[in-house]
Write a protein that binds this ligand. Structure first.
Ligand SMILES: [Zn+2]
Ligand SMILES: [Zn+2]
Length: 234
C-alpha cells in the first residue's frame, strides 16, 4: 500500500510543475535572504571573541537542526499529504549512493532548495534584524546558523561524490561530515542523521532511538517499486 502511495506521490512530483518549482523558489529565496541578512548584520560589530563563540555555537546548532529535520523526514511516510511528493522525493537519497557532480556554488544554491523551514527562519530573521528586535550576538547567530544550515547540505553532498582534496581534509579534521561517519547512516538503521559534521549525532541517536522506528524496514521499502531517477542525479 505504501509502495503504491509512494509511486503516486513521485508521479505528482514529476508531473505537477509546482513541486519542482518549489525547490527552485526556495533556493532563490534562501540565497537572497541570506545575502540581505549578511548585509544587515555586517553593519554591526561584536568583537572577535564574541564572533568566535557565536560561530561555534551556530555550528553546533546547525549540525543538530540538520539532523533533526533529516530524522523527521526519513521517518515520515505521509505521502498523501500536500508535502507528500516532496517527502517521497527526499527518501530517494537513500537509494542514490553517487550524486551528479556540480561546482560548489551550484551545490550550495541547489541543495538549499530542500530547506523550506529555512526560508521561514530567514524571513523572520531579516524582519527581526531590520526592525532592531534582533541585534548584536543574536543577529550574527541567526546569520551564521542560516549559512551553516546550507553548508550542511554541501557537506553531505560531498559524501556522495568523489571528494576533492580540500574536502577530504575538512572531513578528516571534523569540520565537514567525515565520510565513514556518514556511511553508517546509509548502511545501518536509524543512526547518524546530522549533515554538517556529525558532532551532535550522539545526542541525535539517543533521540532517534527513543522516538523513531528507523528507515530500513519502513520508508526504505516504499521506493522498491519506483523506477524513476529521482533528483540527485539530474
Ligand atoms: Zn537519510
Ligand atoms: Zn547521505
Amino acid at each position: 500500500m505504501e509502495q503504491y502511495q509512494f509511486n503516486v506521490a513521485m508521479d505528482k512530483y514529476e508531473k505537477i510543475h509546482g513541486y519542482q518549482l518549489t525547490g527552485h523558489v526556495i533556493s532563490f529565496v534562501n540565497t537572497i535572504l541570506q545575502a540581505v541578512l549578511a548585509v544587515l548584520v555586517f553593519q554591526q560589530s561584536i568583537g572577535p571573541f564574541k564572533q568566535l563563540l557565536t560561530f561555534a555555537t551556530a555550528y553546533v546548532l546547525a549540525d543538530f537542526m540538520s539532523g533533526l529535520v533529516h530524522m523527521y523526514m526519513d521517518n515520515n511516510s505521509d505521502y498523501e499529504s500536500l508535502a507528500g511528493p516532496l517527502i517521497a522525493s527526499f527518501h530517494l537519497h537513500h537509494r542514490t549512493p553517487r550524486y551528479k557532480q556540480k561546482p560548489f556554488v551550484a551545490v550550495y544554491y541547489h541543495e538549499s532548495g530542500s530547506k523550506i523551514w529555512l526560508a521561514f527562519f530567514l524571513l523572520l530573521s531579516v524582519a527581526g534584524v531590520w526592525q532592531g528586535a534582533i541585534s548584536g550576538v543574536a543577529a550574527y547567530g541567526v546569520l551564521y546558523f542560516s549559512i551553516l544550515s546550507s553548508i550542511a547540505e554541501v557537506s553531505h553532498y560531498y559524501c556522495h561524490v568523489p571528494q576533492p582534496k580540500v574536502v577530504q581534509f575538512l572531513g578528516k579534521t571534523g569540520i565537514f561530515l567525515p565520510l565513514r561517519h556518514h556511511m553508517r547512516h546509509h548502511f545501518e538503521d536509524n543512526t547518524n542523521y546530522a549533515f554538517l559534521n556529525g558532532m551532535t549525532d550522539p545526542l541525535l541517536n539517543v533521540i532517534a532511538k527513543a522516538m523513531c522506528r528507523g528507515y530500513k524496514n519502513t520508508t526504505d521499502l516504499h521506493y522498491a517499486r519506483y523506477t524513476g531517477v529521482g533528483t540527485a542525479n539530474r
